[in-house]
Design a binder for this molecule. Sequence first.
Ligand SMILES: C[S@@+](CC[C@H](N)C(=O)[O-])C[C@H]1O[C@@H](n2cnc3c(N)ncnc32)[C@H](O)[C@@H]1O
Length: 251
Amino acid sequence: MTAVLSNGALPTPVATPPPTGTAKSLLKTRKQPAPPYLPNRHDYRPTHRDLFQIEFGPEGEEFGSCLRAEKAYKQGDVLCAIRGTLPGTKAYSSVQVLPDPPLPSSSRAAESRPASFTDAATPGADSTAPRRHIELNSDLLYVNHSCDPNVVFDVNGREAEEGEEDASGQWAGRWKVRAEKDIAKGEILTFAYFSTEWDMDQPFHCLCKTARCLGTIQGAKHIDQGVLDGYFINDHILAMKNLEREQAQQE
Ligand SMILES: C[S@@+](CC[C@H](N)C(=O)[O-])C[C@H]1O[C@@H](n2cnc3c(N)ncnc32)[C@H](O)[C@@H]1O
């Protein structure tokens, strides 16, 4: 299955070896546990049938797979709620949903933090340790990064509870995947990893080949605010950027 990519998203397969600086070359050698959801190409059943589907890369090629749209979407459409996730630790497969480390409660960044999240550092916060990184536990794991992405992972607000439905399909206040542009059927879905990640566990040389490509992707910590301003960025990342500025001013 091939599709012409109107947005210059990742070439297929992702891991076609480029001459130098492959995605693999920056990987840490430490072996990580496999993510909880890791479908097998031979008995794959899509988790979001009719919405999107994994295209597996060449057998044995690590990180060579991607997710393709099974239908067209208009800019602003919600593709799906992000739900059924599992607690995770920082890994290539995880998505950050809260500041990590937590914002010091004394910081202005914590005081002015968006209402969309309640942090452990906040007096009166829920005593159960909040999940800072989650495992998507679905085909959404296969959404690659692009510096000119066609979807956003909006993890402001909270995850929809089991059984919770949204008749409007907009999932206001709930985690969701939203189209950033019009998306054609068959197009590869991509989001900007630094919109959720502060300091990534596995940086990589980006192969998105878009005009906006930022090169090595390591997380928002390593990107100037002026560049981030051109993207949808989640509130927990904006709050961490605010804290960074606050601390720099105190020095
Ligand atoms: C959550 S996985 C995405 C699915 C992955 N392609 C796979 O087949 O398992 C994230 C990993 O995919 C690779 N990747 C994603 N987007 C990339 C990009 N734009 N350029 C290079 N590698 C990318 C990197 O190895 C990254 O650590």
